[in-house]
Design a protein around this ligand. Sequence first.
Ligand code: SF4
Ligand code: SF4
Length: 268
Amino acid sequence: MSWETNSGLQAMRQLSRLLPPGGLKDREKVERDMEEMISRDYEPYFSGNAALHLLAECQRCGRCCREEKSIAVSIEDCRRIARHLGLSQKRFMMEYTRPHSLKAAAVGSARLLCKEEGEPCPFYDPLLPGCRIHPAKPQVCRAVFYLSKMNLLLCREEKEIKAIPGCPADALLRERLAQFRRNLEDEPGAGERLEALFSSHRPEVDLFLLLLRLKGLEIYFGGDRAERLARRLGLPRLAQEDELRAGALLYAASLIYGRSLSGAKQKK
Ligand code: SF4
Ligand code: SF4
């Protein structure tokens, strides 16, 4: 078994440390509420994009900062950026943000950074290059926006595992996934095993997929709502990105390469 597959499986098993004694609570009801936020019809696209979001690392080329029409910020983003800039949260929100253009039902308490269409983000500095608030930048800017890409309805409308054309972070991630697939080709049966893994009902897979979906909701709607859901399930906290990444690689590869994984060795 390749080390990536091994470490993905191990990481998924280790997530059981988050389980409350006696198992998850109130799961059916919480899942219904999750479903109201993002319909199950958008799976596996929603969680698949969450997996890519965790795996990609923005290369700070500045394209998004120059070209995106709007940049959404959650209340947590505002809190973190305000602290980074040495401002009160209220002052930051007054000076740098405005209400979101979408209804609160869709975006919760998210706001938009103040910027005119066609203008770069106020925090973009071409000399750095990139972001003046890099360590504290908004969640939507922290990866490659597979889920949000400044468009909170993307997954619903397009039902696909997004690629971000012209994004160096996306290109790097695709190469990493392609390399992972090549590694699988050298390992008899590995493709079949990976494909079967995510359609199995193994408890570690079930928990991983639940935590990944919660992470997606956190990225998509902000942490407050996702944390409330996690608490209702009896979880002490949401999974951290690091705890999900190794499993996310397996999941993203299984979705992107799908059935072709099983025939990988034969087609070589
Ligand atoms: S997300 Fe991609 S395109 Fe946007 S700034 Fe980062 S590397 Fe550049
Ligand atoms: S906050 Fe930073 S990373 Fe996000 S768009 Fe603005 S300059 Fe770019």
